[in-house]
Ligand binder design. Structure first.
Ligand SMILES: Nc1ncnc2c1ncn2[C@@H]1O[C@H](COP(=O)(O)OP(=O)(O)OP(=O)(O)O)[C@@H](O)[C@H]1O
Length: 456
């Protein structure tokens, strides 16, 4: 599709959604042209793909219809890493170079320096546990200082409060490069204040915090009991609020539960919107793991992500840590990802989980051992290179799972007598054919979760 028509599609979409939605989901899309009658759009990851499909497919089709398409169809394709790199938001927009001898002006404030580049709206998985906080953050990003001021987000540790705050920061930094954004933890705010007092620099300290357009303060519950810091923060708050500057606060509890917080501060914290984030439910945890794996370009089977999501249930930081543990374990021991490997990797940290070996696990391990796609092993090929791995897979499934011969046959699209034949073939060769024997033994060890070797 020509870029002009694509621009028209975007124009239509933009009129029908909010600016935040547009910049989060549509600005990064890449028009890949029309294939088989369908407009193909490149997206950065499968999370964006699913979200666009669920939320915006109809709108895109309406846009095409409005431009005269009879049977509009849209599909999404996850871009490979290299193309994706071209779309990273940190890339400066193309523009003319500054005139020689003159600095480019105005000099943009480096707003992103305190923001974590990963903590964007696009990387934030929305689920029933956080959708209200997410919606509030979107609204604030769209109309800073107007929608809800302050926005107060509370919830237990590691549930995404900082991520959401930074997402607002990124969004505003991208749209309004000269707005000043300050992210600070309450602890840092306190320490800086102490230093400023000691060094007689309170004026500088005040000027700095009172001249920002967006102030993000993390862990505000740590104001409790710190009278001087509360006093200072009270004046900062008032100065910003009166100038319609946006304030976002995070805390592990709502304002009413922060002990020894001055009443005038507490009431100010309640002026805007108070919203909470809960622990994510299973589906959201799986989606977060999937997004993380893709973000780090790790190809990891869904059932392994599911196992991790069942192990870690409350804290998203720990959930991400568990994923990284599994990744490290598998690469250190040079074994492919499987549920058994994941369970083993996590068993030092979490209560060991009984992992039943599944047929698919065995097939994957065998496929990886023989360096061949699983589908080829399950397919109908009859050359020796495929037949041997297939027989080994059937033999190991029978050995390591409770599946019956007909069930194994069905899994391979064959009848039970073929499986029986495969098993006796392998049994016969064990001890005689050294290569086959070594393969079976190595695979058996891996499937059993590395019990004998690579411990830890
Ligand atoms: N909904 C989400 N989607 C994707 N990643 C998330 C989500 N929520 C949290 N995370 C990730 O979980 C990790 C912890 O999040 P974050 O630091 O924002 O938690 P927090 O609530 O601020 O924790 P703390 O109270 O310890 O400061 C981060 O890596 C963040 O990217």
């Amino acid at each position: 599709m020509s870029q002009e028509i694509w621009a028209d599609v975007l124009g239509y979409v933009r009129k029908n959604i909010s600016e935040v939605e547009y910049h989060t989901w549509f600005a990064p899309l890449k028009n890949l042209g029309v294939q088989d009658g369908s407009l193909v759009l490149g997206v950065r990851n499968s999370f964006a793909q699913e979200w666009l499909r669920k939320q915006y497919q109809g709108l895109l089709e309406d846009a095409l219809r409005s431009l005269g398409a009879q049977h509009p169809q849209v599909s999404f394709q996850v871009l490979p890493a290299a193309q994706d790199a071209l779309l990273l938001p940190s890339d400066p927009p193309p523009g003319p170079p500054p005139a020689p001898g003159r600095p480019a002006s105005p000099i943009p404030v480096d707003n992103r320096k305190t923001l974590n580049p990963k903590y964007t709206f696009e990387n934030f998985v929305v689920g029933p546990n956080n959708n209200l906080a997410h919606a509030a953050a979107l609204a604030v990003a769209e109309s800073p200082g107007k929608a809800y001021n302050p926005l107060f987000v509370y919830g237990d540790v590691g549930l995404g409060k900082t991520h959401l705050m930074h997402a607002v920061g990124h969004y505003i930094a991208e749209r309004f490069p000269d707005k000043r954004i300050e992210y600070v933890s309450t602890e840092t705010f306190t320490n800086e204040l102490i230093n400023a007092i000691r060094e007689d620099k309170t004026t500088q300290f005040r000027n700095r915090y009172r001249s920002v357009d967006l102030l993000l303060v993390d862990d505000i519950q740590f104001l409790a009991g710190k009278e001087r810091t509360q006093e200072e923060f009270f004046h900062t708050f008032n100065a910003l609020y009166e100038n319609h500057k946006q304030i976002i606060l995070s805390s592990d509890r709502p304002p009413k539960d922060i002990q020894t917080l001055e009443g005038r501060l507490r009431s100010r914290f309640e002026w805007g919107l108070i919203t909470d984030i809960q622990s994510p439910e299973y589906e959201t945890r799986v989606a977060i793991l999937k997004m993380n794996a893709e973000h780090n370009r790790i190809d990891i089977p869904q059932e392994v992500l599911e196992l991790i999501a069942r192990q870690v249930t409350t804290n998203i930081r720990e959930l991400e840590g568990a994923l990284m543990r599994v990744v490290a374990f598998s690469s250190l021991n040079n074994v492919p990802f499987s549920r058994a490997v994941a369970a083993k990797a996590l068993s030092n940290v979490f209560a060991p989980q009984e992992v039943k070996v599944e047929m698919m696990d065995v097939l994957r391990q065998v496929a990886s051992h023989f360096n061949m796609p699983p589908d080829v092993i399950r397919g109908s090929g009859r050359v020796r290179e495929v037949v041997i791995p297939r027989q080994v897979a059937q033999y190991l499934i029978r050995d390591l799972t409770d599946h019956s011969l007909p069930e194994i046959g069905q899994f391979f699209g064959r009848d039970h007598s073929t499986v029986m034949h495969a098993i006796s073939k392998v049994t016969e060769q064990l001890g005689k054919d050294t290569e086959l024997t070594a393969a079976v033994e190595t695979l058996r060890r891996k499937m059993k979760g590395l019990d004998e070797d690579a411990d830890g």
